[in-house]
Ligand binder design. Structure first.
Ligand code: NAP
Length: 484
């Protein structure tokens, strides 16, 4: 099987914040991979724009070092790297001043796609939009790509939407949630809507509950000051976990087109019930021999921000009434793993009598590591021991199933940037979706602020606070193990 590389139109991609961490680790090495794959036409140009003074050569050296550090060994091909670097240039631009803007405007060519990636702190998004307009670059075909966080509550998200809308139509704004660019996340839609097998069972009648876990082993690292203002609810649940929930829970859209998909996702967010305080567990990681605790990492012993959260969430609609969704995410946990587990109900009557250890069918969609899909089914244990049942996995790792093609799976950022150039917004959040997500999140956060809720401690390397386990145990369910 040979994967098809669909070429994109010629483009000028301006990366504001081209010298930053995200550009260095993800965006620029990712663009090089798209170049290597042949997806970038000859007329594609990348212009980095940031505040510090550099010339083109210094910036190219910076990108060469980034590819060396963050690119895999097989893409270290000197001729190809040189050819890619030839496409790059740099301009010094101050988002809050006038320096560099006329020069940037002059660099843009006519009759190619113009995309502007806002890979700078969120405080600069409005400044960039205003200046792009002022210097004549916000024309009707221009596209802007906006990084997260998109606001820190409903009011700020609304304000940001209004600021961007002064100069850009909704069809020009690409709000990134890189989870949506992951191969398995898109496969979720392919599995649900490309097969007849699952859809008839995809409802409260047959699904007992759904678990979504995004676990990290790292702590807040050098991002302590930023993270402490945000916490797991704002940093992970409001965007990434909600997006996963939407894709799992939404009705089939009429077409696989941006507005049809996003309309259905929006309906899911609007169907979310308010969360009861008893159905939320927040935690902060403790210290171990090698690492400081959360409070030391954020340099504030009085912080009440959560580095872990688990919640039980209900949807009020016909499909899901009675099927809870359990979400959890946290730092310094046992393993780095992201997965969605759809746990089906047991058959209504067992003709085999009670069976030890049987847990019914579970469909696990693994986002990382080792992206793939695993369906646990019940079969007869082989051998002469009578009708004894065992669970076995029907396992599809993309790498194993698709061979070398799977090695070529673009990283989420690569895919999303190419979608911007293609003008496809399906995997980007619409303004009303983001606002609806904040409208659900805000009261939860205000609730624990008003109650003075104090996060529970948890051991680094564990699966979170004990109370998070209880959230499920008291319903007669249990979390899947956090393991890589
Ligand atoms: P960063 O390392 O601090 O880089 C910030 C960039 O913005 C630098 O290139 C900096 O240029 C530029 N900049 C700062 N002030 C400027 C100004 N007044 N005018 C023009 N350019 C200016 O930040 P980052 O980690 O790359 O994050 C960028 C965005 O991506 C943020 O919104 C962040 O929330 C989001 N994000 C980052 C990650 C990640 O893994 N890093 C993940 C998800 C989302 P100079 O260096 O020249 O000053």
């Amino acid at each position: 099987m040979v994967s098809r590389v669909i070429p994109v139109d010629p483009f000028d991609l301006v990366i504001f914040g081209g010298t930053g961490d995200l550009a260095r680790r993800k965006i620029l090495p990712g663009l090089y991979r798209r170049f290597l794959s042949g997806q970038m036409p000859d007329e594609a140009r990348i212009i980095a724009a940031a505040r510090s003074e550099h010339d083109d050569q210094e910036f190219r050296d910076f990108v060469r070092a980034a590819i060396d550090e963050f690119g895999s060994p097989e893409i270290q091909i000197p001729d190809q790297i040189d050819a890619f670097l030839d496409r790059l240039s740099y301009v010094t631009v101050d988002a809050r001043g006038d320096q560099g803007w006329p020069e940037l405007a002059k660099k843009l060519r006519k009759k190619v796609v113009h995309a502007f990636y806002f890979s700078v702190g969120p405080g600069l998004f409005g400044d960039l939009a205003d200046r792009l307009h002022h210097y004549g670059m916000a024309d009707a075909d221009a596209r802007i790509v906006v990084e997260k966080p998109f606001g820190h509550d409903l009011a700020s998200a609304r304000e940001l939407n209004e600021t961007l809308a002064r100069h850009f139509d909704e069809g020009q704004i690409y709000r990134i949630d890189h989870y949506l660019g992951k191969e398995t996340v898109q496969n979720l839609m392919a599995v649900r809507f490309g097969n007849i097998l699952f859809e008839p069972l995809w409802n409260a009648q047959y699904i007992d509950h759904i678990q979504i876990t995004v676990a990290e082993t790292v702590g807040v690292g050098g991002r302590g000051a930023y993270y402490d203002k945000s916490g797991a609810m704002r940093d992970m649940v409001q965007n990434h976990l909600m997006q996963l929930l939407c894709l799992i829970a939404m009705e089939p859209p009429s077409h696989f087109d941006p507005d049809a998909v996003r309309d259905e996702k929006l309906k899911v967010i609007r169907a979310l019930d308010p969360v009861e305080p008893a159905e939320i567990v927040r935690g902060q990681y403790g210290a171990d021999e090698d690492h400081a605790d959360y409070l030391a990492d954020v340099e504030d012993r009085s912080s009440r921000t959560e580095s872990f959260i688990a919640l039980k969430v209900h949807l009020s609609n016909w499909r899901w009434k009675g099927t809870p969704f359990y979400l959890r995410t946290g730092k310094r946990l046992r393993a780095r793993t992201s997965e969605i587990a759809v746990v089906f109900k047991d058959p209504p009557h067992s003709i085999f009598g009670p069976q030890e250890g049987r847990r019914g069918n579970v469909l696990v969609i693994r986002l990382q590591p080792n992206e793939g899909i695993n369906l646990r089914v019940t079969i007869k244990e082989p051998g002469p021991g009578g009708m004894r049942l065992v669970e076995v996995p029907l396992d599809m790792s993309f790498k194993e199933a698709l061979g070398p093609d799977a090695e070529d799976i673009p990283d989420a950022y690569e895919r999303l940037i190419m979608d911007v150039i293609r003008g496809n917004q399906t995997l980007f959040m619409r303004g009303d979706e983001v606002e609806a997500a904040w409208a659900w999140t805000d009261p939860v956060i205000h609730g624990w602020e008003e109650r003075g809720d104090i996060p529970r401690g948890y051991d680094p390397g564990s699966s979170g606070p004990e109370d998070a386990l209880m959230l499920m145990h008291r319903d007669g369910r249990r979390w899947r193990e956090v393991k890589a």
